[in-house]
Design a protein around this ligand. Structure first.
Ligand SMILES: *Cc1c(COP(=O)(O)O)cnc(C)c1O
Length: 465
């Protein structure tokens, strides 16, 4: 069957995988999804046993892609995970009552590498085929920026301009970005806040002449290719645990934009019924998604700063993809819901609670609970985790059932969030090679005012025509 992608709001013609990747956001404001979700039977799953991660990734991803030569796709995937520091890419370790799947062995020590290494390679390939160029512009509060930069560094047809708030990202986060001195990488420290940076990026994308003349693109978490790359490790985890006799597993996922957990939901639907049982949606005190799962109340409130900053999010950009399934794949209902939400800042989904409960349970985890979890696991299991991971582990332990193993996703290396770890255990974690020597490297960054015109001019000057 031909693989086509549709919009959750129903107002675009179905497009190919490659077009979906290049489009990012659908032109009607919706998100792209496969028209028909592929499903596999147990024979296929059995044929995946013992595959190395990269091979499994190829087998899973190819189910969603029919317009890239399989040999090319396989090489894109191989090279995406070549720079991971662990041969299993996303290894699993047992600690106490949970399994921890480590997703942070990529170049920037955070799980976003799993998706952005693949997306960078995919962009490069598609731009080459189309003889096009792309200028990625994004604002970061720390993590996504460096993973995006590492995903596209050195690529011929791509430039990347990443805005970060001057003096407001951690020294390590800053160095992870600014020590990448490839000629296509432009780090801009903005004299202002993260919100200032984000507002500037929005203004640049709203300048449609500038956007099309300069081929502006984004790498935010709504790109379908990012979700797709993340589907793989859920299946990898099931295969590993099944080899130890477990028929069915649960996952606990520290959640911000709903991208990671939506990938899990996709994996669940792809596999035969029951292999993946349900997901624990773990949030920090920014709990819009926990309120949604527990009460059907999806309503915005103010963003609070926590020690797990990559989850300090109120409006989850990938939520609309799940809403599409919750609304019985009825794009008109989704479009109506999203209009409502834009106008009122809330959606009442309490009539859907039973459907939600079939796939999700949820818990909002406090700062104290997060730090206590880091401390407990360090003391009891000799395992040091970062605060995002700790949010997931705390919720996973709280909602674990005896019948099934709980796999908690570890989304960042503890050394990336040394300050929180210090607060939890009284000392900062040691820096692994690759983070330890960053301050000795050459670095490059310009400082500009939080001013759209200044930043637009800077991009103009640095894009080769
Ligand atoms: C982005 C991020 C998350 C949240 O993932 P979503 O896909 O946005 O839900 C969790 N932990 C870390 C360390 C992250 O960088």
């Amino acid at each position: 069957m031909e693989m086509r992608y549709i919009s959750t709001r129903g107002s675009i013609k179905p497009v190919s995988f490659s077009d979906a990747v290049m489009m990012g956001l659908a032109e009607d404001g919706g998100l792209l999804l496969p028209q028909n979700l592929p499903r596999v039977d147990m024979t296929t799953v059995n044929s995946w046993r013992n595959l190395p991660y990269q091979r499994l990734a190829f087998e899973v991803i190819r189910l969603f892609v029919d317009d890239i030569d399989p040999l090319v796709l396989e090489e894109l995937i191989e090279s995406s995970y070549r720079r991971f520091r662990h041969p299993q890419v996303t290894p699993i370790t047992r600690r106490g009552d949970v399994f921890i799947q480590e997703l942070f062995h990529g170049p920037t020590f955070a799980f976003k590498d799993v998706a952005l290494q693949f997306l960078g390679n995919l962009f490069e390939h598609l731009l080459e085929l189309r003889d096009e160029r792309l200028n990625i512009v994004g604002a970061t509060s720390g993590d996504t920026g460096s993973a995006a930069i590492h995903g596209v560094r050195g690529k011929e047809r791509i430039n990347i301009f990443i805005l970060h708030p001057d003096g407001r990202v951690s020294p390590i986060q800053k160095l992870q970005m600014t020590t990448i001195t490839d000629p296509n990488v432009f780090n801009i420290a903005v004299r202002g806040t993260f919100d200032d940076g984000q507002a500037i990026v929005k203004a640049l994308f709203n300048d449609l002449d500038f956007k099309s003349e300069y081929h502006l693109g984004a790498v935010n978490s709504i790109n379908w290719a990012r979700v797709l790359a993340q589907v793989v490790y859920y299946i990898y985890a099931w295969l590993k645990l099944n080899a130890h006799g477990h028929e069915s597993v649960d996952f606990s996922v520290p959640t911000g934009n709903f991208g990671d957990i939506f990938a899990g939901f996709t994996a669940k639907r792809l596999l035969p019924e029951g292999l993946i049982n349900r997901f624990v949606l773990a949030t920090n005190s920014n709990d819009i998604l926990a309120r949604f799962v527990n009460r059907g109340d999806y309503s915005k409130s103010a963003v609070r700063a926590t020690c797990s900053p990559s989850m300090d999010i109120q409006v989850a950009s990938n939520f609309e993809r799940y809403l599409y399934y919750l609304r019985g794949e009825d794009a008109r209902k989704v479009a109506r819901d999203m209009r409502n939400f834009d106008e009122t800042g809330r959606l009442d989904l309490s009539d859907q609670r039973r459907d939600v409960a079939a796939d999700f349970v949820s818990r909002a985890v406090s700062e104290d609970e997060t730090l206590a979890t880091i401390r407990d696991f360090h003391e009891q299991h000799d395992y040091l985790m970062d605060p995002h991971t700790a949010v997931g582990v705390h919720a996973g332990l709280a909602l674990r059932e005896e019948a099934r193993p709980m796999v908690c996703l570890a989304t960042a290396h503890p050394a990336k969030f040394g300050e929180a770890v210090h607060r939890a255990i009284g000392r900062a974690p040691g820096l692994p090679p690759g983070l330890a020597d960053l301050d000795k490297k050459e670095s490059r960054c310009v400082v500009l005012d939080a001013d759209v015109d200044q930043i637009r001019s800077y991009i103009r000057e640095h894009v080769k025509p």
